[in-house]
Design a binder for this molecule. Structure first.
Ligand code: TRP
Length: 452
């Protein structure tokens, strides 16, 4: 075990950094638009159940694997399996990091651009009709230059933070940015619930109407629980590897899950109260935030300020998640290949940014996948990662704990540093089995969906 490996400065810092990874575009952008399209409260409830049943065991597994080995995901699987083929689970995660970050950073760039638009007062010219906002949004994302400029800027910020290392970069910035995020969101929630007619938005989000939930909604809720807690590609193994053994993993995992869920629900409240109070369509889809909200802000008292706050908040959330993805790649090249931190960060940050350029261009006139059909390169990266790579990674991690590392070893690591009562091993085994079966079911369903 590496003695000179960097470690988190405090347990609190670790929890904020892990929560910073979990809380991102998934919570504030993806969750509301998916809930809006798939039954509101009913979708929310299924998603919450999945977080507990699938998310918690796999998050604990990743933390434990990382802390035990003090290594990046590839090194960690190698170390615990005696250098067998299990290292491929780590390599799969590394591949997923490239895939996810290249499109995530493009959307991160959009949040920067919208913060800038809000600052310059551009929203005030958007009418209450969706058309103008939709046109501005579509023109922007399909432009060959504009979104790439913001994407490269976003990636540059990522590189700068990761280059500063674990304590001085990730932890320091998470400690500033995450509490700021919570405060900004609370301000927006107060703004939302005090709008006239906000009650309807709350009912939409919290009072289930089961008839509105379709089969696709259930599958999406399951898949989203992976994405939102950053599971299935070794992010949480990497963050766990910077832990000392005195941290209570169960408490840390529960904190991350609760914070992540609270932020998603707060974002839902802020958005749906505004959408309903101002008579907009909750099922607008992925444009919900970028198209609907900029038309809402000018109609609210103080909307100019709230517009700036909202998009800045979204940018902050995206940034603390994006750095957690780049850190996986960086840790691998430091641990396994002996590279310096700055060489690893700059090299792979640049490569990922270059792939992202093609993701962004694919939303305009240059889609590298065009010869194959309608699918954009951007959507392909998104679908490939959240539908396949993450669930496969998560499933293999659960199987690894049960079959290779062994539940006894896992439990020993889990309970080091824990003041909790000893969990019965059978119960934990049951949790892993259920988690594995649920994920296997999602994958099976998706593959069948392709075949049929
Ligand atoms: N969880 C983040 C979000 O909700 C995104 C993210 C960060 C992620 N790291 C990840 C997703 C690793 C999957 C795997 O936006």
């Amino acid at each position: 075990m590496t003695e000179n490996r960097e470690h988190w400065g405090s347990r609190f810092g670790f929890i904020l950094a892990a929560a910073g990874s979990a809380i991102g575009l998934g919570n504030i952008w993806k969750f509301p638009h998916m809930a809006g399209q798939h039954g509101g409260a009913a979708f929310t409830l299924v998603y919450l159940i999945c977080i507990i049943v699938v998310g918690l065991p796999i998050l604990l597994a990743e933390f434990a694997i990382g802390r035990r080995t003090q290594l990046n995901p590839v090194g960690a699987f190698k170390a615990l399996s005696g250098n067998s083929q299990w290292k491929w689970v780590g390599l799969l995660g590394l591949g997923a990091a490239f895939v996810i970050l290249s499109f995530y950073s493009v959307v991160g760039g959009w949040t920067l651009k919208y913060t800038y638009l809000a600052l310059t007062g551009a929203f005030s010219t958007f009418s209450s009709e969706n058309n103008v906002a939709a046109q501005v949004f579509n023109n922007f994302i399909s432009d060959p230059i504009q979104p790439i400029f913001w994407h490269v800027l976003f990636m540059g910020l990522c590189i700068l933070i990761i280059n500063k290392g674990v304590k001085g970069g990730i932890e320091r910035w998470s400690k500033i940015l995450m509490p700021l995020l919570l405060v900004l969101l609370l301000v927006l929630v107060v703004r939302g619930v005090t709008l006239e007619g906000a009650g309807e938005g709350l009912r939409f989000l919290f009072a289930p109407k089961w008839g509105d939930l379709d089969a696709e909604g259930v599958i999406l809720a399951l898949g989203h629980s992976f994405f939102t807690i950053s599971l299935g590609m070794g992010t949480m193994i990497t963050y766990g590897s910077y832990l000392r053994r005195d941290t209570d993993l169960l408490r840390a995992a529960l904190s991350v899950i609760v914070l992540d869920t609270v932020i998603a629900l707060l974002a839902g409240v802020a958005i749906f109260t505004a959408v309903f109070a101002l008579g907009q369509d909750p099922a607008e889809g992925p444009g919900l935030i970028f198209v609907v909200l900029p038309t809402l802000f000018p109609l609210m008292p103080g909307g100019a300020v709230f517009g700036v706050l909202f998009f800045f908040l979204l940018f902050v959330a995206a940034l603390t998640s994006a750095i957690s993805i780049l850190e996986v790649v960086t840790a691998y090249f430091i641990d396994e290949k002996g590279w310096s931190r700055s060489r690893a960060t700059v090299t792979f940050g640049t490569i990922i940014a270059a792939v992202g350029v093609f993701a962004s261009l694919s939303l305009g006139d240059f889609n590298v996948l065009a010869p194959l059909g309608d699918l954009t390169f951007f959507d392909m990266l998104d679908g490939l990662s959240s539908k396949y790579l993450l669930p496969i990674g998560g499933l293999l991690t659960a199987i690894f704990v049960m079959k290779r590392w062994g539940l006894t070893n896992f439990m020993e690591e889990l309970q080091a540093g824990s003041a909790w009562f000893k969990l019965p091993q059978r119960l934990v085994w049951g949790f892993f089995l259920v988690a594995g079966l649920v994920v296997a079911y999602i994958l099976f369903d998706e593959v069948l969906g392709i075949l049929v």
